[in-house]
Ligand binder design. Structure first.
Ligand SMILES: [Zn+2]
Ligand SMILES: [Zn+2]
Length: 346
């Protein structure tokens, strides 16, 4: 085995340590709650059963969304965003950056791309050899370009992006719920042990520790959840919150914001019955996004994106309304969400 390959395998294995840590903490908390609290400490059967039911519901939803966040493969740009072979040959043979940019600009004209680098250049990923769609970024850990990349999360050892952002938020929400369930039900026993109203048993250590760990995790997770819910409301990724996307008329941190309810639906979908379930229901295909500023030609976007195969939401038919001032036009489309903006004419 080549040393570089061994090193890479070693790095990949080490990346799982935070996930292992979370699993160990959850495993221990489950043991402490079920065995030490419910079996050894609580004497009322009704109380024991009701606590166990609530715990298992919150734990199931938590583990389900955590699992989906970890194992949802990050979506990479489709082949439509690669340079056609003739342009690719010219691009590779060319040394002058400005000529390379001209080649990229020519190809980018056929794609639904509106954001640029800070210097106004077409965003191109050299390692992946692909023109980056709007909101797409290259992840050095995953070694690929990730659609609507939010951040690379070590706690799930995966990129959080278009394919799993909803799962990530649900994971934070259900993890918070799991911690609340533990904290609120353990509190009275915590106080009894603390004030020595219950006998000192081996359960004491577990229950005192359980309360502190759940409270600590709750505070950190709920602050992260609040931040991400705020980002959903603003239709911003974590990357865009730190560095605003650059549109033809300059950087705009609200460039993708379409109003709270549409921003929310972009991540959670239109159907309320799926909002709280970790199944994919986000809108669009991750390659093109409605913006406040940009005209998107639906025919252009369709012709570019259809050859790639279907996106997770392909079967979903929905209507989007994009409103700028008084004029609005609907574009209903069985394949993807494409919205046409009619600007107010003077
Ligand atoms: Zn890349
Ligand atoms: Zn990544």
């Amino acid at each position: 085995m080549a040393p570089s390959h061994a090193l890479r395998c070693c790095k990949r294995a080490l990346n799982w340590i935070p996930v292992l840590f979370i699993n160990l903490v959850v495993g221990w908390s489950y043991y402490a709650y079920v065995v030490e609290l419910c079996v050894y400490t609580i004497h009322s059967n009704a109380e024991r059963v009701s606590y166990l039911v609530i715990l298992h519901i919150s734990l199931t939803m938590f583990i389900w969304s955590y699992w989906k966040t970890i194992w949802s493969k990050p979506t990479s740009p489709s082949k439509a965003f690669c340079l056609p072979s003739a342009e690719k040959d010219r691009f590779e043979r060319e040394d002058r950056a400005e000529v390379q940019q001209e080649i990229l600009k020519k190809v980018a004209k056929t794609l639904p791309i509106y954001t640029r680098t800070a210097g106004g250049a077409v965003r191109y990923c050299d390692p992946c050899q692909v023109i980056k769609p709007d909101r797409c970024h290259h992840c050095s850990t995953c070694e690929t370009c990730v659609l609507k990349m939010d951040h690379h999360c070590p706690w799930v050892n995966n990129c959080v992006g278009f394919s799993n952002y909803k799962f990530f938020i649900l994971f934070l929400a259900y993890a918070s719920l799991y911690c609340i369930v533990i904290c609120t039900t353990v509190t009275q026993y915590f106080i009894k042990f603390w004030t020595k109203k219950l006998k000192d048993t081996h359960a004491k250590f577990h229950i005192l520790f359980l309360f502190f760990v759940a409270a600590l995790f709750f505070i950190s997770i709920v602050s992260l959840l609040t931040y991400h819910l705020w980002l959903v409301g603003k239709n911003r990724t974590t990357i865009e919150a730190f560095r605003a996307a650059v549109f033809p008329n300059g950087p705009d941190k609200n460039g993708f914001s379409l109003g709270f309810s549409r921003n929310f639906c972009e991540v959670f979908g239109h159907r309320a019955e799926y909002w709280f379930v970790p199944v994919f229901s986000s809108l669009g295909d991750g390659h093109s996004f409605d913006t406040r500023l940009v005209h998107i030609d639906p025919e252009q976007a369709k012709s570019v994106l259809q050859p790639n195969g279907k996106s997770p939401s392909d079967s979903e038919t929905h209507t989007c309304v994009h409103q700028t001032g008084e004029n609005l036009k609907e574009a209903t489309d069985g394949v993807q969400t494409v919205t046409v903006i009619m600007e107010n004419q003077p």
